[in-house]
Design a protein around this ligand. Sequence first.
Ligand SMILES: [Fe+2]
Length: 130
Amino acid sequence: MAEEYEYTCDDDILCGVNVPKDASHLAELEEKHLPVITAPDTVNRNQSFEVTIEVGKYRKHPNEASHFIEWIELYSGDTFLARTTLAGSFSEPRITLPVKLTHAHGPLKAWGKCNIHGLWEGTKDLKVEE
Ligand SMILES: [Fe+2]
């Protein structure tokens, strides 16, 4: 009789999007991969503001040809805002982008993709005023 089991990707970091299990107590892998967003708490509608996203802010992530952050994306909720492709060892996984919104679609959301450890998500609340 064939052995039956139910496959689960709960513990597979290459499945889905990784978010910290407990934001107040980050594990080492989470510290290295969490995209940390720095932006104002409140911005004015249609006025440009800067958003900085850094992967490895809490604990430095390797940045070499064999292990690096491949790209960083920024969203407002699920609305795409920007994507930056990075080259291991030549560019640091820290980007600053000018952004302009007519309204918030939800929190700012950043995705960072490690070539070995998969996709990681960081968020920051943002209010857009008149
Ligand atoms: Fe990694």
